[in-house]
Design a protein around this ligand. Structure first.
Ligand code: PLP
Length: 393
């Protein structure tokens, strides 16, 4: 007799999956195209399509053969890894970090973003979450019994939160504020000036700032995007999550780190000692090679995305679509043509043979847009543009 198995409330209370119908259409369309000798073009997922650079792979191959890396890692990361992460921050952002107290290794930044609320959110605590935004911020707040207050990111504000519009009572109650620039899904950037205002706001209301900097190296402006930790006072209020996934095409390797306020880093570390046993040290050794390299490979990766992004944006604008100018990341938002919801627009794209993500999947504030990625060769992007331009609206 099977027993009666019930999901815990936190799983049952996960928001409903919005795109089951789109998924069904995707399967049908893929089968139809396959019969005609063609295929869907998937611009839905944010996952680099190009291999990890060869020197990083070679470092991993060598490290994987070393017995000293075969044992349990330390949860906080090898000293060499933490020093390399601190070195990267010094070189790239001019931020000095203590590798022993202000850096912790993560099994991909998603792991740290998920575990952070375990250390700092009590039941009933209020957490400010950008809308639209990476869904993990809200999910794990709720898993911990915290309350999510969505902070709307609007096109007319450059997709930055309007701090002055946050009600006084909400600011008084808030414990954590999530920010993410370069932003997924809007491809917007934040300036140092914005970060200064953010620190002032956080200090005034005693709010922890959790900054997600996963896309710092994928940018299209001449100036590289800043880190939140560059501004004065940031270390007193915040932590920043960083990832090697996008910078070095390493999404499958699961390696990242968190830096900033020593108490915030220590709290996250306490959760990790009680959860995982750290990232495989051979992966950490390869990550050290990645972070210590002259970064020419990152210039190449960035140039490739730029070429693709220019093809996508120019092509779609030429077809009359309202494409928001992506300043960073490998994402691009297209405003829905008049009269269509995000799901309806994604469905029209699908019928044309292109997969995109309805941006309301990132929160209600994403309604009005579909997100496309440039994680596909430029010829494929051009073909996608042609397919989309053939849609009769
Ligand atoms: N933050 C944002 C905004 C993301 O889009 C992603 C992944 O797509 C992550 C964090 C997690 O990246 P990783 O766990 O690979 O470091």
């Amino acid at each position: 007799m099977p027993i009666d198995i019930a999901f815990a409330d936190r799983i049952q209370q996960l928001p409903p999956y919005l795109f089951a119908d789109i998924d069904r259409q995707k399967k049908e369309k893929a089968a139809e195209l396959a019969r005609a000798g063609s295929a869907l073009i998937d611009l839905g997922i944010g996952d680099p399509d190009v291999a990890t650079p060869a020197d990083i792979v070679a470092a991993m191959q060598q490290a994987a053969a070393e017995a000293r890396f075969h044992r349990y890692p330390s949860y906080e990361g090898m000293p060499a890894f933490r020093e390399a992460a601190a070195g990267f921050y010094k070189q790239r952002f001019g931020v000095t970090l203590d590798p022993d107290r202000e850096v912790v290794a993560l099994i991909g930044s998603k792991e740290g973003i998920a575990h952070f609320p375990v250390a700092f959110v009590n039941p009933g605590d209020l957490v400010l979450v950008p809308d639209p935004g990476y869904p993990v911020y809200a999910t794990w707040t709720r898993f911990m019994g915290g309350e999510v207050h969505y902070v709307r990111l609007r096109r007319e504000n450059g997709f930055l939160p309007d701090l002055d519009a946050i009600p006084a009572e909400v600011a008084r109650r808030a414990k954590v504020l999530w920010i993410n620039y370069p932003n997924n899904p809007t491809a917007a950037l934040a300036s140092r000036d914005f970060y200064r205002r953010m620190v002032e706001f956080a200090a005034k209301h005693n709010i922890i700032v959790a900054s997600d900097l996963a896309y710092s190296e994928i940018y299209y402006d001449r100036e590289p995007p800043p880190s939140f930790l560059e501004v004065e006072g940031a270390r007193e209020v915040g932590i920043e999550f960083h990832s090697l996934s996008k910078t070095y095409n390493m999404t499958g390797w699961r390696i990242g780190f968190a830096v900033g306020n020593a108490k915030l880093v220590a709290g996250l570390g306490k959760v990790k000692t009680n959860t995982d046993s750290g990232a495989f040290e051979a992966v950490q050794a390869a990550a050290v090679v990645a972070m210590r390299s002259p970064q020419a490979v990152v210039d190449e990766i960035r140039a490739r995305y730029r070429e693709r992004m220019e093809a996508l944006v120019a092509g779609l604008r030429g077809g009359g679509f309202d494409v928001l100018s992506p300043r960073a990341t490998f994402y691009c938002l297209i405003a829905n043509p008049a009269g269509l919801s995000s799901v309806e627009f994604a469905s029209r794209l699908l019928q044309a043979g292109v997969v995109g993500t309805p941006a309301n999947g990132f929160g209600p504030g994403g309604e009005g847009y579909v997100r496309l990625t440039v994680c596909a060769p430029v010829a494929t992007i051009r073909e996608a543009v042609e397919r989309i331009r053939r849609i009769r609206l």
